[in-house]
Ligand binder design. Structure first.
Ligand code: KE4
Length: 430
């Protein structure tokens, strides 16, 4: 295996830290959970990324989910270039916004109306405000280990950055902002029922990742989503599926299509921007009509629905809508996941393997992982070694045990074989 130099990335990181907090614009990128310095990328193409030291990697981070078509897919680039030639932003309505909204409404039947924003955080923040405004109630139930962006009210034992940093929640959030947030164990419907029994009339909404992707990958237990649907229905609370990761990735209609459970509202992001900044929240028209300007609940955004992001999102969803798309993605993901499981077993490395569609995770623990407590039993030092050994073999994995490994439609059999060969070698070193 040829040795790789990371000299330019290390120098770039030193420079970045002088002017950017932690040298990064999002904490998890700093490699804090795996140690060492982050790799700086110069460009991406298809399933590969290229760092500024000239090293090549097969990319399984995929910008944390948006790049379901891989890097710079031709149709997305063409669509964005076409949009740009006519203007990057107007701060006024354009037909591309309607076109993307119509596409989302067609693909996700529970969404009758949808509002574009610029990030997943904005989407969940707005959805919570709308649920509270619509119901006139304040309490919100979320689940420990689920991450919904850095919304004050939801940054309570979050499962992505904050957990990776080992400090659930965050300073700077006044007690009053989380006083109405109940953080319950994921997959534990009995506790949810108990809370509803005690404070039903106060609960505005339940928000969750229908497949948790921010404490590693944790699917819902049988009956969990159905149980939440039943309880929220019974108590007139709003059920919000945060499908920022799962939307359009798990199925054309997201996790709600896969599990056959219909939420009242859905938050979206990542894939719908095709790599450009987009978030969205949508759902029942009678709820969405409470949002300004038609309704009293305020939400706004200068670049919401901007033409470039709309063009990228439209081109991406067009490709994702192809009827063979998810079957092809499923085959690739199943093959890749099998290679990780086989390699860990052959090397006698204790691991719990999870996969739903193209969301994959190898938990380095000998226990079963069905919630945050299970995820916390992972050997994060072992994951750190795994990450670095794979990195020097040209495989770029999430720099944290508590994330999701994503495969795209453009990962090839050769990519998977190269990854399999690396993982077989590395598992023996752990
Ligand atoms: P953004 O504000 O980062 O666009 O989206 C927040 C968000 C909301 N909901 C879910 C289910 C999410 O996974 C996210 C963001 N995901 C993380 C990765 N697990 C983004 C990576 C990062 O924080 O840098």
């Amino acid at each position: 295996m040829k040795t790789r130099s990371f000299a330019r990335s290390q120098a770039a990181f030193t420079e970045a830290k002088k002017v950017i907090p932690g040298g990064v614009n999002s904490p998890v990128r700093a490699f804090g959970s795996v140690g060492g310095d982050p790799v700086f990328f110069e460009r991406g193409k298809g399933s590969h990324v290229f760092d500024i030291d000239g090293n090549t990697y097969i990319d399984y981070v995929a910008s944390w989910g948006p790049l379901i078509l891989g890097h710079v897919p031709e149709k997305v680039v063409e669509a964005v270039e076409r949009a740009l030639s006519g203007g990057s932003s107007f701060g006024a309505p354009t037909e591309r916004e309607t076109a993307l909204a119509e596409k989302i409404v067609r693909m996700v039947p529970s969404i009758e109306k949808v509002r574009m924003v610029n990030s997943g955080t904005e989407a969940t923040m707005s959805a919570i405000r709308l649920a509270r405004g619509y119901t006139g109630r304040s309490k919100v139930i979320k689940f420990i280990g689920c991450y919904h962006g850095h919304v004050d009210a939801l940054l309570v034992q979050a499962g992505s950055g904050p957990m990776t940093l080992g400090t659930p929640g965050s300073p700077g959030i006044p007690e009053s902002h989380i006083a109405d947030t109940l953080a319950l164990p994921y997959n534990d419907i009995d506790t949810v029922k108990e809370v509803f029994d005690n404070m039903a009339g106060d609960i505005a909404a339940v928000i969750l990742e229908p497949i948790a992707g921010n404490m590693g990958v944790i699917p819902p237990k049988d009956g969990f989503l159905e149980g939440l649907r039943e309880l929220t229905e019974k108590h007139d609370s709003i059920l919000i599926f945060d499908e920022v990761i799962t939307g359009f990735r798990i199925a054309p209609g997201g996790a709600q299509e896969l599990y056959g459970v219909t939420p009242d509202m859905t938050t979206l992001g990542k894939v719908i921007g095709g790599g450009l900044p987009v978030g969205a929240y949508g759902g029942r028209a009678d709820i969405m009509d409470h949002i300004a300007p038609d309704g009293p609940v305020y939400q706004a955004g200068t670049l919401s629905g901007n033409p470039l992001a709309m063009a990228a999102g439209l081109a991406t969803l067009e490709a994702v809508s192809d009827e063979s798309f998810h079957d092809t993605l499923e085959e690739k993901a199943a093959r890749l996941a099998r290679e990780f499981e086989t390699a860990a077993n052959a090397a006698g490395v204790p691991a719990f393997h999870a996969r739903v569609g193209s969301m994959i995770c190898t938990f380095f623990t000998d226990g079963e992982v069905v919630d945050f407590d299970g995820a916390k039993t992972c050997d994060t030092d072992r994951y750190a070694k795994f990450h670095h050994e794979m990195l020097v073999r040209g495989i770029y994995l999430a720099p944290s045990q508590f994330e999701t490994m994503f495969i795209s439609i453009v990962h090839t059999v050769e990519d998977i074989e190269q990854t399999a060969s690396a993982v077989r070698e590395v598992m023996k070193l752990l």
